[in-house]
Design a protein around this ligand. Structure first.
Ligand code: FAD
Length: 383
């Protein structure tokens, strides 16, 4: 049985591992942590990702843990609701015409549980990939000197990927001036704000934000200056939340985290018998929920290509996934960022009018949603 190595047990590495296991490969996942990460970063699953996870046999369990979100909203801080887009218009394009709101930390245990049912498949916790040698196959050495050998290595070890560094691939792009502050709150925003969807992009030239519902919390994402001390930002979080809605008391904040945000793409997604996937290959801002989703798409594409045994098909998958990262994921996520924070009043008004017109026209809604739901990144769509 051929063995494939996967670095990293995040959503992307474990999807790759399960997709390969289902195709009959033995798989070893090398994970630096002592357990799966509990941090809840990504929370939105788009329709094509739901299709892929369903094909891998984990869709039902993911749905049991998530919230269906058939609509999402564009709002303006001052004007309230601008447009509500309904994914039901994608009913002929996907068997899942909605977003599923569910933290990535709920997906990874499901994927691992399924992976471990396959003979020859396992995970090594506490295995920090330190060295990668290509010797016909690939030999990976951990920081504490353990080695594993396989035919291929999928590097899904996150934005600071050791796999990427070990193969000498550079990670070109930009870092945004702001950091993003994400607060998970124990409040019911539906009691406070009218016309809320589970995902709401809120435009404002000064204090734009995103309001997202997960099964356990509402989350508020706020931009934060680059250089201010973290403590200062956590201190003023309360007053910023009361700027979203003032209930006459402090909001109950369950936890908050600060993220520096980059737009970067690796110069190559393949080096010999090493493939890069997910955040190891590309990172982008979280606006639009594209990072984990596109990483899962990488994982599924690589598993299918490796299963062909055709070197040209594996090159094609790596090249295609890099093209999609550049042409689609980077461009849509950056456009989302620019629009949320636009300051020019005429440009803002034109954009908001454009969104109202799209929401009022099912054909234009479908066209827009095919792109934001990532369907258009994966396949030609009929008119
Ligand atoms: C606030 C926020 C919100 C987001 N929301 C969304 C969203 O709604 N939708 C979306 O699609 N994306 C979203 N993202 C992005 C998403 O979280 C990432 O794209 C996703 O986690 C990438 O998955 P991954 O498996 O590639 O990497 P990771 O989740 O980072 O997993 C990498 C794994 O590799 C391990 N590892 C690291 N180094 C090594 C090593 N040397 N050896 C072995 N193991 C190693 C780590 O411990 C980890 O388990 C968001 C991000 C943030 C910060």
């Amino acid at each position: 049985m051929n063995r494939i190595l996967v670095a990293g047990a995040g959503p992307v590495g474990l999807t790759a591992a399960l997709a390969l296991a289902r195709r009959g490969f033995a798989v070893t996942v090398c994970e630096s942590g002592d357990a799966l990460a509990a941090e809840s970063r990504a929370s939105t699953f788009h329709p094509p990702t739901l299709e892929m996870l369903d094909d891998l046999g984990v869709g039902g369990e993911l749905h049991e843990r998530g919230l269906l979100s058939p609509r999402f909203a564009y709002r303006d801080r001052r004007e309230g609701l601008i447009a509500m887009l309904d994914l039901a218009v994608l009913g002929d394009d996907t068997r899942f015409p909605y977003r599923l709101q569910c933290e990535q930390s709920k997906l990874t245990p499901i994927l691992l549980d399924h992976l471990l049912r396959y003979p020859g498949c396992g995970i090594e916790f506490g295995f920090h990939v330190a060295e990668v040698a290509q010797d016909g196959g690939v030999t990976v050495t951990s920081a504490d000197g353990r080695t594993v050998h396989g035919d291929w290595l999928i590097g899904a070890d996150g934005a600071h990927s050791s796999t990427r560094r070990a193969t000498g691939v550079t990670f070109d792009g930009i870092t945004y001036p702001e950091r993003f502050l994400v607060a998970s709150v124990d409040e019911e925003l539906l009691d406070w704000l009218d016309d809320l969807a589970s995902v709401n992009y809120v435009f404002d030239p000064v204090e734009w934000c995103v309001l997202l519902r997960t099964p356990d919390h509402w989350r508020v994402l706020l931009p934060t200056p680059s250089e201010t001390p973290d403590e200062q930002e956590y201190e003023r979080l309360g007053s910023r939340l009361r700027g979203v809605f003032d209930p006459g008391r402090p909001w109950r904040v369950a936890h908050a985290g600060m993220y520096r945000v980059h737009q970067r793409v690796a110069t190559s997604f393949r080096t010999g018998r090493v493939l890069l996937a997910g955040d190891a290959a590309h990172v982008n801002n979280p606006l639009g929920g594209l990072g984990m989703n596109s990483g899962i798409h990488d994982a599924v594409a690589y598993a299918a290509a490796i299963a062909t045994g055709d070197d040209a098909a594996i090159w094609a998958a790596a090249t295609d996934r890099r093209r999609i990262a550049l042409e689609y994921v980077q461009s849509v996520s950056h456009q989302n960022y620019e629009r949320l924070r636009a300051t020019d009043p005429d440009a803002r008004a034109a954009h908001l009018d454009g969104l109202r017109a799209v929401a009022a026209d099912p054909a234009r809604s479908r066209e827009s949603l095919l792109r934001s739901s990532m369907i258009a990144s994966l396949r030609p769509v009929p008119a």
